[in-house]
Design a protein around this ligand. Structure first.
Ligand code: C2E
Ligand code: CA
Ligand code: CA
Ligand code: CA
Length: 278
């Protein structure tokens, strides 16, 4: 029970043991869910400044037999703690690779972004297994963008760079997700082959009001120019957000509820490739 033996064992309240029981239940349900193929793909589009589709982020959902469609908050943390995240994300990647050919017919030059947990990325065979999955599919490595958060970079940076570089030379791109919310060092970022930085929605949300969030957005856009990466703003919810970027940072790509909510990926096979500002 006590995680560290040199600390006094803390009293386990009812709510804590209930939570632990829920966790154990979720883990075993998730194992079954993986076996039954219950993980499904949602996708949320990204738009270039001319409002044409330029990307689709794959977001995991769990089609739970009793509870309906569950969002990532209900199972990604559980999967990370239990180590199931590797199986979860391999299932997501496999389904993404199966989906891609149909998406390609509709949107020939648009890549799919998938989220990779730091824990999964740290697996010694991450690169090898991913390249094998791509090889066995009809897709190319260059069809994928891997979204990593700063937490993937806290370990042996030499090893992180080595893995990223070998995938980059195979054609995969990397996107730095939720940027500004973690602890990555700028000197490390310079050494890593990122093609894209995503401004976390917590900064985007308040940016039109000015103040610190607007300053941070400014800093990230400048960083993107310095590192020669694309910049994506996430959590673009309303006209003010769109106007903020159109006026000041017209090169930033936009993703958010203002344009589209995440939808089951089938939806994006019939959607037009432009967004009209009605
Ligand atoms: P994220 O990578 O930052 O993904 C964007 C999240 O913001 C999505 O939540 C999306 O629905 C939400 N969002 C998009 N536009 C807006 C907006 O305008 N306003 C607001 N308030 N929210 C917006 P979702 O789908 O619930 O995913 C939450 C997080 O779960 C993701 O955050 C990502 O970190 C994680 N996640 C999803 N799929 C995977 C996966 O396969 N692996 C891992 N490791 N994490 C995943
Ligand atoms: Ca993401
Ligand atoms: Ca994000
Ligand atoms: Ca985020």
């Amino acid at each position: 029970i006590g995680k560290r033996s040199n600390q006094p064992i803390t009293f386990f309240s009812d709510s804590m043991s209930e939570r632990a029981a829920t966790h154990v239940k979720r883990v075993s349900e998730l194992v079954e869910g993986l076996e039954r193929g219950e993980l499904i793909l949602f996708g949320q589009p990204q738009y270039a400044p001319n409002k044409t589709l330029c990307g689709l982020e794959i977001l995991a959902r769990w089609q739970h037999p009793e509870e309906g469609i569950l969002g990532p908050a209900a199972f990604i943390p559980v999967a990370e703690e239990s180590g199931l995240i590797v199986r979860v994300e391999r299932a997501i990647i496999e389904k993404t690779l199966e989906y891609l050919p149909a998406f390609r017919k509709r949107h020939p030059h648009v890549r799919l972004s998938v989220n990779i947990s730091a824990k999964h990325f740290a697996e010694p065979d991450f690169v090898q297994v991913l390249l094998e999955m791509i090889n066995q599919s009809e897709c190319e490595a260059s069809d994928l963008i891997l979204e990593l958060t700063e937490s993937a970079m806290v370990h042996d940076i030499g090893l992180v760079a080595e893995k990223m570089n070998s995938l980059r030379s195979a054609g995969c791109e990397f996107s730095l997700d939720d940027f500004g919310t973690g602890y990555s060092s700028l000197s490390y970022l310079r050494q890593l082959p990122f093609s894209e930085i995503k401004i976390d929605r917590s900064f985007v949300m308040d940016a039109p009001e000015g103040g610190t969030s607007a300053d941070i957005v400014e800093m990230i856009v400048k960083l993107g120019e310095t590192l020669k990466t694309r910049v994506v703003a996430e959590g673009v919810e309303n006209r003010e957000h769109v106007r903020f970027f159109d006026d000041r940072y017209p090169n930033v790509n936009l993703q958010g509820y203002y344009f589209a909510k995440p939808e089951p990926v089938g939806h994006w096979l019939s959607e037009p490739s432009g967004f009209s500002l009605a």
